[in-house]
Write a protein that binds this ligand. Structure first.
Ligand code: PLP
Length: 352
C-alpha cells in the first residue's frame, strides 16, 4: 500500500472517521425544512450552547452561514466594515454585493485585527451622501493573516467600538474553536460581545459537510428564512448532522495537537535559508512561508513529488495547514522535503 499524501493545503481536506460514517448510516432523520429532523435539532442545540447563544442553525457551508448573517444584518446600500483579507470579502464569490447589495469598507491590519480606533474612524456620519454603516465583521482565527488569534479583550473592545455607533457585529468563526483552544478559553467568551457567529464543522473539527450560525432566537429565525431563499434548506440533513455532532463533541480536543505540529513545522521551516517563516506569529494551525529564493510553484511541485501538498497564498507565499489527518510523520516528511529543495538560480539576463 502506498503512503497517503500529506495534505497541508487546507483543514477542509479532513476525511470523515469510521465513527462518523457509522453515525451517518444510523442517524435518526426527518424533514429538516419542516423542523422535523431530530439529529439536526440536537446539533443546533449543542452548537448554540457551545457558542453561548440562544439559538443556532445548520447550513451547508461556512460561506452560506456568513452570507446569510450579512443578509440578515444589512440592507441594500448599507456598508459593512472588515479587514482587507477577510474571507467574506475575498473568498465568497462576491456574495456581499451579489446577494445583499451591500458594500464593503476595508481596513488594513497586518495581524488580521484592526484597532477599535480604525473601526470608529471608518463609521460613516449620518449624511444623505453616505451609505449607512451597519455591520462589523471580525474573523477569528484570521485565515489569511496566518491563523492569528484575537483574545476576549480584543474581541470585546472591537465590538464595543462598533456598538457605540449602532453597528451589529458578526464573527466569522470558521476556526473559532482553534482560537478558543489556542487561548485556553471557552469559545462562547470570544463571541459574547457579537450578535452572530459562524463556525465550520468541516475544517479542523473533521465533519465532511456543514457549518453553524448562532445568534439570538430572532436572528436565527430570520437566518432560517434566508437559508431557504439561498437554497440551503436541506431535507433529511440528519445524515450529515450526525457527523457534525461528533465533530462538535470530539473535534475540539484534537486541535491542540494541530497547533503543536504547526509550531514544530514553523520552527523547522524557519531554519531554511530560502524561506521566511516566523514561528512567533503561528498562533494556531496555519503556517505561512514566504520564499526568499526560488519560485513557489517549483517548491509546490518538489513537495508533491515527495508526497506533500501545500497551497499558494500569495505571489511568493505558501500556506501549510495542520489538521487531524496530518500526523507527526507527515510533518517530518514535509520538513525533509523542504530541506532537499534547491531553489533555481534567478534567470541570467540574456545577452542582447
Ligand atoms: C473556510 C472558511 C469559511 C467558509 O468556508 P466554506 O468552504 O464555505 O465552508 C469562512 N471563513 C473562513 C475564515 C474560512 O476559512
Amino acid at each position: 500500500m502506498s503512503v497517503p499524501i500529506a495534505d497541508f493545503r487546507s483543514d477542509t481536506s479532513t476525511l470523515p472517521t469510521e465513527a462518523m460514517r457509522r453515525a451517518m448510516a444510523t442517524a435518526e432523520v426527518g424533514d429538516d425544512v419542516r423542523g422535523e429532523d431530530p439529529t439536526v435539532r440536537r446539533l443546533e442545540q449543542e452548537a448554540a450552547a457551545l457558542l453561548g447563544k440562544p439559538a443556532a442553525l445548520f447550513l451547508p457551508s461556512g460561506t452560506m452561514a456568513n452570507q446569510a448573517a450579512i443578509h440578515v444584518h444589512c440592507r441594500p446600500g448599507d456598508e459593512l466594515i472588515c479587514e482587507d483579507r477577510s474571507h467574506v470579502y475575498l473568498f465568497e464569490g462576491g456574495g456581499i454585493a451579489r446577494l445583499s447589495g451591500t458594500q464593503v469598507r476595508l481596513l488594513a491590519a497586518p495581524g488580521g485585527f484592526p484597532t477599535p480606533a480604525q473601526v470608529e474612524g471608518a463609521v460613516r456620519s449620518d449624511d444623505p451622501h453616505h451609505p449607512r454603516s451597519r455591520l462589523l465583521v471580525l474573523e477569528n482565527t484570521h485565515n489569511m493573516a496566518g491563523g492569528r488569534v484575537a483574545n476576549v479583550a480584543t474581541m470585546s473592545a472591537l465590538a464595543a467600538a462598533a456598538r457605540r455607533h449602532g453597528l451589529a457585529v458578526h464573527v466569522d468563526g470558521a476556526r473559532l474553536l482553534n482560537a478558543a483552544v489556542a487561548l485556553g478559553c471557552p469559545a462562547r467568551d470570544l463571541v459574547a460581545s457579537a450578535d452572530s457567529v459562524s463556525l465550520c464543522l468541516s475544517k479542523g473539527l473533521g465533519a465532511p459537510v456543514g457549518s453553524m450560525l448562532a445568534g439570538s432566537t430572532d436572528f436565527v429565525a430570520q437566518a432560517r428564512r434566508v437559508r431557504k431563499a439561498f437554497g440551503g434548506g436541506m431535507r433529511q440533513a440528519g445524515v450529515i448532522a450526525a457527523a457534525g455532532l461528533l465533530a462538535l463533541r470530539d473535534g475540539p480536543a484534537l486541535l491542540a495537537h494541530d497547533h503543536d505540529r504547526a509550531q514544530r513545522l514553523a520552527r523547522g521551516l524557519a531554519e531554511l535559508p530560502f524561506l521566511a517563516v516566523d514561528p512567533a506569529v503561528v498562533d494556531s494551525n496555519i503556517v505561512m512561508a514566504d520564499l526568499r529564493a526560488g519560485e513557489p510553484d517549483q517548491l509546490q511541485a518538489h513537495l508533491q513529488r515527495c508526497g506533500v501538498l501545500a497551497a499558494g497564498a500569495g505571489p511568493r507565499r505558501l500556506r501549510f495547514v495542520l489538521h487531524r489527518d496530518v500526523d507527526d510523520a507527515m510533518v517530518q516528511r514535509c520538513l525533509d522535503a523542504c530541506r532537499t529543495f534547491v531553489p533555481a538560480a534567478s534567470p541570467t539576463p540574456s545577452p542582447s
